[in-house]
Design a protein around this ligand. Structure first.
Ligand code: ZN
Length: 355
């Protein structure tokens, strides 16, 4: 079984919502959601990026987003920005849950801050976790909190989830749509990019709009990364990357993680679990054709999206790799996609903080 290192999951959101049940959710596992420690071991899940995402309050008269995504075309309204003082305690709680996951695991799970630590975990069969923030709501324009979160282990940051922040603007959940949906980074957003470069924090472009993407491409001295996005040429969702964006990622030595969410996989943009393997193969073929074999991996979106029922949950990863082998991907390529490319990318991105 080839171990899989993954670009994105939302298990911390489940712990945030049901903190009293975190033992069942994480340690013992109860077969719900996509991830828990026992199923990670069973599925050959070597580790991944664990997202701190601040949920928006849901007004009681909000439209039924799930039903809208079942019937494209759709254009989901974005929630309001989350204020700094509302976001910070939530972020601290989620990081606390990640630290508890490590503490409670009896050595089976470790938060990693360097590639050497990731490789050590891989060689010893320990599940590794990278602390990632999906949206920078818990950081103010002065950027002081960024240094606090970095000390706490933060090694990857998306300036926005889809709703706007003081740093920039994300793409809405809209199908079909170009990712060119608004203004680029704010001045604070540009300072955030430079500070992440100085600290060696990876910048994630997955939810950013096209103008923001171009700003990061111009400013950043690090490879360009989209942890969980697919090919716009196959599925014209606002969340997917155009060929021009893929070329910029390739030229920077960057990386794209294939998102398993059916809304970003299917050509018709539908949210539907009865989605076969074909859309996955089409996206991977396109991404590899455009980026080359060394710049594509997985970014499952486990616990954050509806995924094809043939994958089902994290225990479906060996089935996925088996299907890719049948499709003609040889073992060296499978190893690259499964984990080697992510480790190579982080080797090129992470470094000790600069003054
Ligand atoms: Zn996301």
């Amino acid at each position: 079984m080839i171990p899989v290192f993954d670009g994105h999951n939302d298990i911390l959101l489940r712990l945030l919502r049901e903190p009293d049940r975190r033992e069942e959710i994480w340690l013992t596992g109860e077969g719900k959601g996509h991830l828990d420690l026992p199923r990670m071991k069973a599925g050959g899940f070597a580790g991944g990026f664990f997202a701190v995402y601040i949920p928006s309050p849901m007004p009681h008269d909000a439209p039924d987003f799930e039903a809208m995504m079942d019937r494209p075309p759709y254009d989901l309204p974005l929630p309001d920005p989350v204020p700094l003082l509302a976001a910070q305690p939530v972020a601290a709680a989620m990081i606390g849950h990640l630290m508890w996951m490590e503490r409670s695991s009896g050595g089976a799970f470790r938060i990693c801050r360097t590639v050497a630590e990731l490789r050590d975990c891989l060689s010893r069969g320990i599940v590794s976790g990278i602390l990632h923030m999906e949206g920078a709501e818990a950081i103010g324009e002065d950027l002081d909190a960024l240094h606090v979160w970095h000390e706490a282990g933060l090694r990857s940051l998306g300036p926005v989830w889809s709703r706007p922040t003081v740093f920039g603007h994300g793409v809405p959940f809209r199908f079909p749509s170009s990712p060119d949906t608004g203004a680029g980074l704010t001045e604070a957003g540009k300072r955030l990019v430079r500070e992440c470069n100085a600290l060696g924090i990876m910048i994630d472009l997955s939810h950013l709009n096209e103008a923001g993407f171009d700003d990061v491409a111009r400013l950043s001295d690090a490879p360009l990364v989209a942890t969980h996005s697919n090919a716009h040429a196959v599925t014209p969702s606002a969340r997917n990357l155009t060929d021009r964006q893929l070329d910029a990622i390739r030229d920077s030595g960057g990386m794209v993680g294939l998102n398993f969410a059916t809304v970003f996989l299917r050509e018709d943009g539908r949210q539907a679990a009865d989605t076969g393997w074909d859309p996955i193969l089409r996206h991977l073929d396109h991404l590899i054709g455009r980026l080359g074999e060394d710049h594509v991996g997985f970014g499952s979106d486990f616990d954050g999206a509806t995924v094809p029922q043939d994958i089902g949950d994290v225990t479906g990863l060996p089935r996925l790799l088996g299907r890719l082998a049948e499709h003609g991907y040889d073992e060296p390529l499978l190893r690259k996609i499964a984990h080697e490319n992510w480790f190579g990318l982080l080797d090129r991105t992470w470094h000790a903080p600069r003054a």
